[in-house]
Design a protein around this ligand. Structure first.
Ligand code: ATP
Ligand code: MG
Length: 631
């Protein structure tokens, strides 16, 4: 495993040369004069004075080279649509959208808030915004009016782009109604709202003077030619909020040049995607994975991207694999949550389609537990590579880097710190942990290109949120608990808030979850620590079974609870044994599929579940509340 180690070492010790080389993967209108300006820690600027444009690199340069190759494949199993755009067509649509935005008053540095379902127009809007030097803020479609209003007020957009409705599980979800509600709550509403009317919500209200129709404007700008605005490398490209798993979301501000180079390099070294190949990420443009690996990364790398509106289960659980076969997908990106959903289905669905085009699949967002990792990899018979990263970083922090060296995959581990990140594990006193010693994962700054420049409008919060773990040394931390084995493989054990202290023993919730997952009846589980007079804390497990039939009677529940406890005893010892195992039908998650452990813990301790603005299904909380109350 020497080759990758050398590559990583060089990226840290020879930082400027390393990144200057990566910067050759993209096009600059004017060259940069300095690779890295770190004169004001912890703020960092990359590729200083370089002028470029994200949209140019993602669209125009490929359209010039391969105009008739496919660039964007849109499939909706919700509306039964399929639309394929070539690079030339994509550029034309983006220029039309750019002309529309300009006609509504958007100029360089203005914000455009995009609240859209997964349709190509959402991606046109993102690319058009950065094309004209404006800044987008994509808010996940489906967030409630209050959450949307907060994000509107934070960005103060000049224009909003939305649709009449989205579709989820075959039912229309009204967007425009919700936007109206949010705009009535917002203190800084935009002057104009561009509406893509999909004909899903007939007769939605339009506000004269404010609401404008996309199709009408598009017809006026059919021949629009809108040149790219060349911006300085640190010019903000977008604002994006974190998932809100641990509390109030933070508005991550991204630059242009650093992000561009980081993504281009990741396509080469990590994802190994080639020009003309196809990338399918199952995420949503409302999340960072969607920004980086539905929109910008694949397109910058010259790959066609699949934009999918639908769930992994409709019309049946083979749908993803059907798309892989049909569009000859080469690289996939998904999330552990989705893998666990598929694990609950008939395994025959995984074998129905020809997956020979697929080289590998990447996973991020939550810990990929060892049993699920192993299951997924053996079912697919493809490398499944876990990626650890955050909205803040914009691209992976820990991953295998097969484009440099194909290192063996260790189940349950995302492998090694990615080049550019001087990532280490620290004790609480700021000293470094040894092999196999649990601690806090943190990066010695400067953060590499692509990571957040600051928290939008709140430089103070940027410093205090991410750089105040220790007085000395200065490190970037998002408070994840990790361990590194003697071969250098990292494992993320959960957030530092998710560490349970049982009679003086510190256990990551993830370790216990993984042990529970080893029981064959369990599909999914969340473990939280609950206050205990005697032990300090005890773990409590909330588990979803694969087959509800096994917990149909109280006796069965008792028996299975005992078995699960026994499984944990066998793997981690009695110290980690859950005090209770509740069998639930569904677990509370954020819209991005992350477990809301803080809410589960609050419920288990009889407290209020807290901020639920990012929750996916509020009934999960109600059901668990009842169950806990019943004892
Ligand atoms: P907030 O910061 O608002 O509380 P969040 O941290 O969930 O929300 P994201 O940026 O979407 O917001 O998620 C990043 C976090 O997700 C990481 O800090 C880590 O806790 C978790 N995570 C992401 N990928 C992995 C992975 N591969 N393995 C383990 N944990 C992961
Ligand atoms: Mg976070």
């Amino acid at each position: 495993m020497g080759k990758y180690q050398d590559f990583h070492k060089r990226s840290i010790e020879n930082r400027d040369d390393f990144w200057a080389e990566q910067a050759q993967l993209v096009e600059w209108k004017e060259p940069f004069t300095q690779v890295c300006d770190y004169s004001r820690p912890p703020f960092v600027k990359w590729f200083v004075n370089g002028k470029t444009n994200l949209c140019y690199n993602a669209v125009d340069r490929h359209a010039a080279e391969r105009p008739n190759d496919r660039a964007l494949i849109f499939v909706s199993t919700e509306t039964d649509e399929e639309r394929i755009y070539t690079w030339a067509e994509l550029q034309r649509e983006v220029e039309r959208m750019a002309a529309i935005l300009q006609s509504q008053g958007v100029g360089e540095g203005d914000r455009v808030l995009i609240y859209m379902p997964m349709v190509p127009e959402a991606i046109f809007a993102m690319l058009a915004t950065v094309r004209i030097g404006a800044i987008h803020s994509v808010v996940f479609g489906g967030f409630a009016a209050g959450s949307l209003a907060t994000r509107i007020d934070d960005a103060k957009p000049k224009v909003m782009v939305t649709a009449d409705a989205g579709m989820r599980n075959g039912k229309p979800v009204p967007y425009k109604h919700l936007v109206d509600e949010a705009l009535s709550l917002a203190e800084f509403p935009p002057a104009k709202v561009v509406i893509i009317d999909r004909g899903l919500d007939k007769g939605f209200p339009r506000v004269a003077g404010r609401d404008v129709d996309y199709a009408e404007l598009r017809a006026q700008h059919m021949d629009a030619q809108v040149p790219c605005v060349w911006v300085e490398s640190s010019h903000p490209s977008y604002i994006l909020y974190t998932s809100g798993t641990t509390g109030k979301p933070k508005g991550v501000q991204r630059d242009t040049g650093g992000y561009l180079v980081a993504l281009a390099a990741s396509m080469k070294h990590i994802y190994q995607g080639g020009k003309g190949e196809t990338f399918f990420s199952t995420s949503d443009i409302g999340w960072v994975v969607g920004h980086s690996y539905i929109v910008y990364g694949p397109l910058i790398g010259g790959m066609a991207t699949v934009v999918y509106e639908g769930t992994p289960l409709r019309p049946d659980p083979a749908i993803w694999w059907k798309l892989v076969e049909k569009y000859k997908v080469n690289v996939m990106f998904s999330a552990p949550t989705a893998a666990r959903v598929l694990k609950k289905q008939d395994p025959a669905y995984m074998k129905k389609h020809d997956l020979s085009s697929l080289k590998h699949i990447y996973m991020a967002g939550e810990p990929l537990d060892e049993p699920t990792h192993e299951w997924f990899m053996s079912e697919l018979n493809k490398p499944v590579i876990d990626n650890y990263w955050q909205t803040e970083t914009g691209w992976p922090m820990i991953s295998a880097v097969p484009g440099v060296e194909k290192t063996p995959i260790k189940y349950g581990s995302p492998s090694f710190p990615v080049y550019g990140y001087d990532l280490r594990i620290f004790r609480e006193d700021g000293s470094e942990c040894g092999p196999n010693e649990k601690g806090i994962a943190a990066v010695v700054p400067p953060m590499p290109p692509g990571c957040l420049s600051t928290v939008w409008g709140q430089d103070e919060r940027f410093v205090s949120t991410y750089f105040s773990l220790f007085k000395e040394p200065l490190v970037y931390s998002s408070y994840d608990w990790a361990i590194k084995d003697e071969n250098g493989y990292f494992t993320i054990l959960g957030r530092t808030d998710d560490v349970i202290n049982v009679a003086g023993h510190r256990l990551g919730t993830r370790e216990i979850e993984e042990a529970v997952q080893n029981h064959k009846a369990i599909a999914e589980v969340a473990v939280v620590g609950v206050e205990d007079k005697l032990k300090g804390q005890v773990p409590i497990a909330f588990a979803v079974v694969k087959d509800a039939g096994v917990v149909a009677t109280p006796d069965q529940v008792k028996a299975l609870e005992k078995e699960v406890m026994g499984t944990v005893d066998g793997i981690l010892g009695a110290i980690a044994r859950p005090g209770r195992v509740y069998f639930v039908t569904a677990l509370p998650k954020t819209r991005s599929g992350k477990m809301l452990r803080r809410s589960l813990q609050a419920l288990a301790e009889g407290r209020d579940p807290g901020d639920l603005t990012t929750i996916d299904d509020p009934t999960t909380i109600e059901n668990i509340k009842k169950m806990v109350a019943a004892g």
